[in-house]
Design a protein. Structure first.
Length: 259
């Protein structure tokens, strides 16, 4: 069948081409949804940890969580820039930061603690780890980067999807935010003197992280383990409910009584 003979709609558009465009739209929508769902699943895992630590432990190592999803236009630009094949399977294989999550912690040790807790979950597979805390970038950038894969259960398939996770301290995050603004203000051509100032600021931020963690450890060591006045237990999503000493005593007796 020649191009002239192909069926067309009222506007003269080739119906075969139109059908192919509709199918591509469906595939691209499913592609983007899989990354949104993967991000949602990881955020749920992270928020569960955050709420558990806030409710049960002395403090939560997770201060703040944010996420982002690259737009189809952004994905296409990166694929062209990197020379990747412009088809969805090739993009899925080569671009692993379409979905991204950033976790901000209080202290350096917290970044590794969160890394271990996430990596230890059965359905999370760590594909790649880049430790820019132990080995900072030349400009002073520090962060712990993970590429993880998580299964997404769609209606007709189970799709492994990658998510980039960046874990850093508050000081590291503040430095990275400032560096990002400066980089774009100068369109990448940052003056050498400013580059050196940023590097020195990164060193200062690292010293602050180390000092603050030492202070925190000293405070924790001095804290009393007596928490008898905490008669109410609560966490986000549920109303507070009482845990009086009498109730705890009853549970303790139940534990100690022989069966």
């Amino acid at each position: 069948m020649t191009e002239i003979d192909r069926p067309k709609d009222a506007d003269g558009t080739d119906l075969t081409t139109l059908a192919a465009m509709r199918e591509l739209k469906r595939e691209l929508t499913r592609f983007m949804m899989s990354y949104k769902f993967a991000s949602d699943e990881m955020l749920t895992k992270i928020n569960i940890l955050k709420e558990e630590f806030s409710s049960i432990h002395d403090y939560s190592p997770i201060e703040h969580v944010s996420s982002r999803l690259k737009t189809p236009e952004g994905i296409l630009k990166k694929a062209i820039r990197k020379g990747y094949p412009l088809e969805l399977d090739g993009i899925r294989e080569n671009i692993q930061d379409i979905a991204g999550i950033r976790i901000t912690c209080s202290f350096i040790s917290d970044t590794y603690r969160i890394r271990d807790l996430l990596a230890g979950q059965r359905d999370v597979t760590v594909l790649l780890e880049k430790d820019y805390i132990q080995e900072p970038k030349a400009n002073g950038y520090q962060s712990l980067h993970l590429i993880v894969a998580i299964p997404v259960f769609m209606s007709d398939r189970v799709q492994p999807v990658t998510v980039e996770i960046q874990i850093r301290t508050i000081a590291m995050d503040f430095w990275a935010s400032l560096e990002h603004k400066i980089f774009y203000k100068y369109n990448g051509a940052v003056p050498d003197t400013l580059v050196e100032d940023l590097r020195q600021a990164a060193d200062a931020a690292n010293r602050l992280d180390v000092k603050m963690e030492l202070l925190h450890d000293q405070v924790v060591a001095l804290e009393s383990v007596d928490d008898a006045d905490a008669d109410l237990f609560s966490f986000d999503g549920l109303p507070p409910f009482p845990l009086p000493k009498g109730l705890l005593d009853t549970f303790m007796r139940g534990r100690s009584e022989p069966e």
